[in-house]
Ligand binder design. Structure first.
Ligand code: F6R
Length: 238
């Protein structure tokens, strides 16, 4: 596992985008695993500027709110359309997303796993990290053996989103997400984190024991995972 500490957020984003472009330029039909959240906004902004050809790329996003329609302005799909998909040349048919409004969760999640496998797996996965150490919507306590499934979203995380949904009670209680095992099957992983509020989660993920209470700690076992951090997020590392 590699840890790259950059002097600030701007440098961290540049480094992540540089690594992404290298990978995509080496493999034009790379399968990307993508994330949403505040951390990803500057990342996508910079990735768009990198002028990469995405025409043969396929993408799989980590997660979606359940039960939120993809067209809803708070859906993670809308986030991706706004910050990335609408601004690059990815064919719409190459964008894979969990359907937050699915009538059959089991079938939807199994299909997602199958679709990833059919394309020979995710080549490069970008991750953010939650203040509680979550990755995707995989909250503390999620089994390291989990595949794509429906999960409960903690009050702590729902609280962070209450502004978007105009009140805590409107924030969905559930999400659909790739499981930890799904994420770990990605050939290469880059986790991006900035800011002091991520320092505890980063220290636990990198220096702590590998355990299900800190989902990101499993990345210590991944053969090709890189954490790209700014100084603040790295401030509690030993
Ligand atoms: C969402 C996702 C989440 C976020 C995490 C950090 O697709 O994967 O795990 O990466 O919640 O979110 P921000 O960047 O908003 O702090």
């Amino acid at each position: 596992m590699r840890v790259i500490i950059c002097k600030n957020k701007k440098e961290a984003v540049k480094k992540a985008v540089w690594l992404f472009s290298q990978e995509i330029n080496n493999k034009k039909d790379l399968i990307l695993g993508l994330a949403t959240g505040k951390t990803m906004i500057p990342f996508y902004k910079e990735l768009i500027k990198a002028n990469i050809k995405f025409s043969k790329i396929h993408t799989f996003n980590l997660d979606e709110w359940y039960c939120v329609d993809s067209k809803d302005k708070n859906s993670l799909r809308s986030f991706m359309d706004k910050h990335f998909f609408n601004k690059v040349n990815i064919p719409k048919g190459n964008i894979h997303f969990l359907d937050g409004k699915t009538r059959n969760i089991k079938i939807e999640c199994e299909k997602y796993e199958r679709d990833i496998k059919k394309l020979n797996g995710i080549g490069l996965q970008i991750l953010g990290i939650g203040i509680n150490g979550h990755i995707g919507f995989d909250e503390p306590g999620t089994s390291f053996n989990s595949l794509t499934n429906k999960i409960n979203i903690s009050g702590e995380i729902r609280n962070l989103y209450s502004k978007n949904f105009k009140g805590f009670d409107n924030v969905p209680k559930y999400g659909l997400t790739m499981g930890i095992k799904t994420i770990m099957r990605s050939k290469k992983i880059i986790l991006l984190a900035f800011g002091e509020n991520k320092a505890d989660a980063i220290a636990k993920a990198l220096n702590g024991k590998i355990n299900e209470k800190v989902p990101a700690s499993i990345l210590q076992k991944h053969k090709d995972a890189t954490f790209i951090l700014d100084k603040k997020a790295a401030s509690k590392l030993e």
